[in-house]
Design a binder for this molecule. Structure first.
Ligand SMILES: *Cc1c(COP(=O)(O)O)cnc(C)c1O
Length: 367
């Protein structure tokens, strides 16, 4: 059996350290807004190459807090639009609409499944105040051309870096490229907590101060509330555990890359295509997608060979029931991806032999 993402096996190598740290925190009796969280913020800001980091409850909250902070600062207003790819996890869009702004869905580039300058220009209106770049599957979506367009039109760049911890663009890491970035440490991400956790990174000190206030009830001083904030704090236990795992992130990503390279070399079936990447060296392979017009048959075939796969994502945002007003939009690339994408197992606890078995099973597939 080759599992898609066996969390217990992936966490195993950290177990002695995690146990020791958990016991230490329990004994210390300080569970929120303490030393571990402060140190994680410092270390993660350092890792991404950002000036500031606010640790928060999850990746969705991180996105929501960025947009809410820009509203508090008078830069975004209710009814404004934010360009976001239609082929992303729903959290990206919900962070916009739950702030009273409008997601302006864009169809991604057909080759990369990422937003391109062209795909952004196509949906741009004067009501747009930002572009949300989603580094989907572990690949960078930022480019200097997109940045130039955003600067010309006074658009903020918000990075959704939930899937791309460690990914690079030139000499910089994703999460330090735009005006602000949201990170998720959901257990299934490349850097995963043992529960929910997230973070915002930014170089903007005023934005940072606002988010640091908003994530703790809008309060800088206990019981004195300057902003209508929320409770979205990373707890000390998660911060401590993430501090143990962070130094191993690059090695974990390299292992994912080794598996991905085997897949790219070995998969040879006219019914199955892989994803071209503009800059494969920087891909951190959060997801290894293949595309197949007979996706359900392929998934069933692999299941009979004991290989677990997932679909990211079966319904594009604009076709979701919660976004009825957008259901009429036509986004041919996003819709094709939703119909054809299948994610292969690709994780740090997987052996290269397992990858060879996956390749063999795919190459034997006949629809
Ligand atoms: C996982 C994910 C999120 C949300 O993160 P949570 O921590 O689960 O809230 C947002 N955007 C993308 C692209 C994701 O993959």
């Amino acid at each position: 059996m080759i599992q898609y993402f066996p969390l217990n096996k992936i966490t195993e190598k950290f177990q002695p350290q995690l146990k020791e740290k958990a016991l230490e925190i329990i004994a210390k009796g300080f569970y929120l807004l303490g030393e571990e969280t402060r140190l994680f913020e410092q270390e993660y800001a350092g890792y991404t190459g950002s000036r500031h980091c606010v640790a928060c409850g999850n990746g969705y909250d991180a996105l929501w807090l960025i947009i809410k902070a820009y509203k508090e600062l008078g830069i975004f207003h209710e009814g404004d639009e934010i360009i976001v790819p239609a082929n992303t996890f729903i959290a990206s869009a919900l962070a916009i609409s739950n702030n009273g702004l409008k997601p302006r869905f864009a169809d991604p580039d057909g080759n990369t499944s990422l937003l391109s300058l062209e795909s952004i220009e196509k949906v741009f209106t004067p009501r747009c105040k930002a572009v949300m770049l989603v580094h989907l599957y572990g690949r960078n979506s930022y480019s200097s051309e997109i940045a130039r367009f955003c600067q010309e039109h006074s658009l903020k760049i918000i990075e959704d870096n939930a899937q791309a911890h460690g990914c690079m663009y030139k000499e910089k890491r994703t999460g330090s490229l735009g005006d602000a970035a949201a990170h998720s440490f959901y257990p299934g991400k490349n850097l995963g907590a043992l529960g929910d956790a997230g973070a915002v990174t930014t170089d903007d000190s005023i934005l940072y101060e606002t988010i640091a206030t908003l994530h703790n009830y809008g309060s800088k001083e206990k019981y004195i509330n300057g902003l209508t904030g929320i409770n979205s704090r990373m707890d000390e236990l998660q911060a401590a555990l993430l501090r143990i795992k962070l130094p191993g992130l690059d090695a974990d990503n390299s292992h994912r890359k080794e598996i991905a390279e085997l897949y790219l070399k070995g998969i040879d079936n006219s019914h199955v295509t892989t994803q071209p990447t503009a800059d494969p060296a920087t891909n951190v392979y959060h997801i290894f997608p293949v595309f197949c017009q007979q996706r359900e048959a392929l998934q069933a075939h692999l299941a009979t060979q004991g290989i677990q796969t997932l679909i990211h994502y079966p319904v594009p945002c604009h076709k979701q029931e919660c976004y009825r007003e957008f259901n009429g939009l036509e986004m041919p690339v996003a819709e094709r991806l939703a119909a054809e994408e299948l994610s292969l197992p690709c994780h740090p606890a997987m052996s290269l032999g397992d990858a060879e078995m996956v390749i063999e099973a795919i190459n034997k597939f006949r629809p």
